[in-house]
Each structure stands twice: as C-alpha cells, then as structure tokens.
Design a protein around this ligand. Structure first.
Ligand code: NDP
Length: 330
C-alpha cells in the first residue's frame, strides 16, 4: 500500500522534499484488529511541531516512518467483535491508503449523522479545541469582547461562532478580504481585520473593539498577537492555542514588549493543549453536535482530492490556502 514517510526534518518552512512516498506491505490481521481503507486525512498545523525533534507535549515523528494524523477510514476486514466490515471509524492513523489497526485505537463515526469529514473538524479535534479552549481558559461572559486570530481557519471559525452564541462582541483576524467577508457574512462575526492589508494592527483592534479586549483566542502568535495584547482589558484572558506564524522560525524570537500590559491588567495568559482535556471531550462533542443540529454552528472545509496531495495540502496551511478545515479525500 502507498505510504507517506517523513524523509527529513524541515528546516524553516517545510518542503515537498521532506516527504517520501513508498509502498509497504499490509500486515496480516490478528484477533482484535481491523483492516482499514483510508477515506479522509486531516492535515494540521501542529504536525509541523512533530516533524522537528524539539521536546514537546507529543513525541516527534521518526524519520523514514509514516506520518500520523487524524484519519477517517472504512473497515474492509475485521477480526474485532466491536467493528464490522462497512463501518466507518476515526483514529490517529498512518498516512497510508490501507492499514491494520487495533480496535481500541478507533472510534466509530456515523455517516448518517454528519458528513464523514466533519468528524475531523467541527465534530473532531478542531471543534473540540475551539470549544474547550474558549470555555476552559477564555471563560467568556455575555457582553464581553472576543478577538480570535486565524479566524477563517478550522479552529478560529468555530471559536468566533461560539462567541456569538454566548453573546459576545466578536472580532476576527484573517489573511485576506475574502476570508474577512466570509467570517462576517457566513459565520456572524461582528468585525473582521485583514492583517495583510492593515498597516497599524493595534489601531485596527482599538477601532474594532471599542470596549477593549476581554478574551483573546490566539491561533497565530507573533506580531499579530502583540498588537491585540496592547488592547487587553483588566482581568482579560488569552488562550494560547496556536502560534502558526512562528512555527517555521529558525531563530528564537526577539524579546516581546507585551508584559507590562499583562501586568497592569492582571491579565491571564495560558497555553492550551487539547489532549490535556480528554475527560471533557465527550461532553464537548455532544455540545458541538447539538449546536450544529440546531443550526447555530456552521462550518466550511477545503477538501483536496487524492492520496498524493496530502503533503501539499499540509504545506498549503502555511500559505493560508484553506478556508475552514483542510482535509484530503481519498
Ligand atoms: P487553520 O485551519 O487555521 O489553518 C491555518 C491558518 O493559519 C491558515 O489558513 C492561515 O490563514 C493562517 N496562517 C498561516 N500562516 C500564518 C502566519 N504567518 N500568520 C498568521 N496566520 C497564518 O488551522 P487549525 O484551525 O487547524 O489550527 C489553528 C491553530 O490552532 C494552529 O496554530 C494550530 O497549531 C493550533 N491548534 C492547537 C491545538 C491545541 O491543542 N493547542 C489543536 C488544534 C490546533 P490566513 O489566511 O488567515 O493567514
């Protein structure tokens, strides 16, 4: 079966040459295992971290071994009592067209309740990240102002909508006018800022947030975030969810100047890792599914087609080529 391995650890921005296509044998099925045919593969910015060997909250990928990420697959053979041929499952699986997996590493997903790809986004890891990051650390209150960066992406587009459900003034930051239009007209954000065409981001934040910023949901880090933090309110909360603008940096950043703003505002800034909230995942999925069913949440996806497009789809995340969740359909 075709497999995608990590060939080299990217230096700076990853390249197609960091990936290697090989073919490998499919193992023989043992008791408690299933044979899977990959249907959808999730590509995610956090995979960049696993491609380097720096210490992190999750093990680095090994060189010349398959990359793994969120995958939806169809069961095509089963030696498991829990799964039958034809079932669809989600799991953290290898970038392979076909593979054998242990039954306890998989969760059944129901294609009659939602499109399969949704289980990688709104009803999967990125939806949970939006919901739990915002509620557990952001602690939003009705009437407050929420700013979200990476606002047109998988996590950000859901964060903003949950902010609206909870009664906040919501401002999104994204990389194009088209994305800014989308978050306002499709997802109900109150204001949007295109960071690529805005000269003075701090002024733009001040204008979009006349009452200051109470919650900042940070997906991008770097200069954009610094501009937001200059406008934070007393007892504000920042969710450090992602920092995509600096994932490819090869040098340590210069010192930042936001600390005085955090101090004088008694402002909280806390890192968030979705895997640390595993006990809250089932309730989170239930809430997201309910809002989705009630029509209170909408989502969009960018779907690439074909196994061979997986590495490029991953690279495209760093160019902002996606709207909503980026997935690859096989
Ligand atoms: P997205 O769907 O948001 O895709 C990435 C987006 O980032 C791009 O579309 C692009 O949008 C933006 N971007 C790329 N480069 C830059 C840059 N240099 N400066 C500013 N924006 C940039 O991805 P996800 O929703 O999956 O993830 C969003 C963030 O959340 C990531 O940082 C990710 O690592 C993090 N994350 C963290 C988790 C956790 O547990 N902590 C779990 C899941 C995600 P644009 O055109 O607007 O620039």
């Amino acid at each position: 079966t075709r497999t995608i391995n990590l060939k080299s650890r990217p230096k700076g921005t990853p390249n197609l040459s960091d990936f290697d296509f090989t073919t490998s044998e499919v193992k023989e099925l043992q008791k408690g295992e299933v044979l899977l045919q990959t249907t959808y593969v999730s590509v995610d910015p956090y995979l960049r971290g696993r491609m380097s060997d720096a210490k992190s909250y999750i093990e680095p990928f090994e060189l010349n071994k398959p990359i793994v990420s969120g995958v939806i697959a169809k069961i095509i053979d089963s030696k498991s009592d829990n799964f039958s041929v034809g079932d669809f499952v989600s799991g953290v699986l290898e970038w392979k067209e076909t593979q054998v997996a242990k039954e306890d590493s998989l969760k059944k997903v129901d294609p009659s309740k939602a499109p399969l790809s949704a289980y990688l986004g709104i009803l999967g890891m990125t939806g949970l990240t939006a919901y739990l990051g915002l509620t557990e650390i952001g602690k939003p209150k009705e009437g407050e102002t929420l700013v979200v960066s990476g606002a047109a992406g998988a996590v950000g587009s859901i964060v903003g909508q949950i902010g609206k459900i909870l009664g906040l003034h919501v401002v999104g930051i994204a990389g194009s006018d088209e994305k800014v239009d989308m978050i306002k007209s499709d997802f109900g954000f109150d204001k949007g800022i295109n960071y690529n065409t805005t000269e003075n981001m701090t002024q733009a934040i001040a204008k979009a947030c006349p009452n200051g910023v109470d919650v900042y949901f940070d997906n991008v880090g770097g200069e954009i975030s610094e501009a937001v933090l200059f406008k934070i309110n007393k007892f504000s909360r920042t969710v450090n969810c992602g920092a995509i603008s600096v994932y490819n940096n090869t040098e340590l950043p210069k010192s930042t100047s936001v600390q005085p703003f955090l101090i004088k505002n008694s402002s909280l800034m806390q890192g968030f890792v979705i895997f640390d909230y595993a006990d809250k995942h089932p309730a989170g999925i239930k809430q997201l599914a309910k809002w989705l069913q009630e029509g209170k949440l909408e989502y969009t996806e960018t779907i690439q087609e074909g196994f061979e497009t997986i590495p490029q789809a991953f690279l495209d995340l760093f160019e902002g080529k996606n709207k909503g969740k980026m997935v690859v359909k096989l």
